[in-house]
Design a protein around this ligand. Structure first.
Ligand code: PAF
Length: 298
């Protein structure tokens, strides 16, 4: 009997556990990669749990600190500030579905650029405890080749695990689209300590949401990206659709963890500076979230 194909998922957060669990259910040998040795031991014993619509499914995946060789696909779902520390096997195709800008560029320096696939996912999940993820909404995972990596195998793997997948010829555009929306919603919800829907309720806050997205779109424009649909409208729609959600950035702030502000507002700010395009609101919001992250040390 031939061995089932092997897939690695890097990062045991809400989405990492969701992807690992669903791939395990589909029959893949799944390695969940974590850098914390004590957590590896605990997750190896407890397994991971996916909660959905009042029921729970449990999976025993192989939890380890290093990505093994011989993987059909490696899916990167660690926080963007950890991308720099990853060690990648040279033989595998790597798919980043992380938040923010700059992850694919960093991964290209760590392996052959022709191995890199990139994209975004609108699957929504919340971590309820170590290895316990609540799948709050199904979404679409949009992926494409960063340079020349073939996309078909990754699509087949994800679809066989029940994910809805769309192929894009410009993953950079999909990443900018999500980042511009996140650049409005995430820092504002983190600073105001409110769920996403609350951003639409106060006129001045809604204006600031729009202005932040517009600044991001202008910076994306300096890199040649144009968006067929208004990202301001998409950000407002996201707030409506996810009205009760606590954004990932606010979850991080509440948990006293580092946020992804550097790869979202920080990266927009820096890319704006390089293009000689001022982004004053992004700069202020970036400074405030940095202050929130360091509050304990202020
Ligand atoms: O980062 C998040 O939390 C999500 O991308 C979004 C769209 C802001 C919804 O909460």
């Amino acid at each position: 009997m031939s061995k089932s194909p092997s897939v690695s998922v890097v990062g045991p957060g809400a989405l990492g556990c969701l992807f690992a669990g669903k791939l395990c259910k589909a029959g893949y040998r799944v390695h969940l990669i974590d850098y914390k040795h004590d957590r590896i031991n605990r997750l190896s014993k407890s397994g991971i749990e996916i909660y959905k619509n009042g029921s729970v499914e449990k999976y025993n995946v192989h939890v380890t600190s290093h990505i093994p060789t011989g993987q059909e696909l490696v899916i990167i779902l660690v926080k963007s500030y950890a991308t720099q520390n990853l060690i990648l096997p040279p033989d595998a195709h790597i798919l980043t579905l992380q938040n923010g800008l700059g992850n694919a560029e960093i991964l290209c320096k760590k392996t052959h650029p022709d191995k890199i696939l990139a994209g975004v996912t609108t699957e929504a999940a919340t971590l309820m405890g170590e290895g316990k993820t609540k799948h709050t909404a199904s979404g679409i995972t949009t992926i494409g080749s960063w340079t020349v990596a073939p996309v078909e195998k990754a699509v087949e793997i994800l679809e066989s695990a029940g994910f809805s997948v769309e192929i894009t010829h410009s993953p950079g555009q999909a990443i900018w689209e999500k980042t511009a929306i996140n650049a409005g919603i995430n820092p504002l919800t983190a600073i105001l300590n409110v769920p996403n829907g609350a951003l639409l309720k106060v006129r001045e806050v809604r204006e600031l949401l729009r202005e932040l997205v517009i600044e991001a779109v202008k910076v994306a424009g300096t890199e040649g990206y144009r968006f067929p649909k208004s990202l301001v409208e998409m950000a407002e729609e996201t707030c409506e659709k996810t009205a009760d959600n606590i954004s990932s950035m606010l979850q991080d702030i509440r948990a006293g963890k580092k946020t992804e502000i550097e790869s979202i507002s920080g990266e927009i700010l820096r890319r704006g500076i390089s293009a000689m395009l001022p982004t004053p609101r992004t700069r202020t919001i970036y400074q405030l979230v940095r202050g929130l992250e360091e509050r304990a040390n202020l």
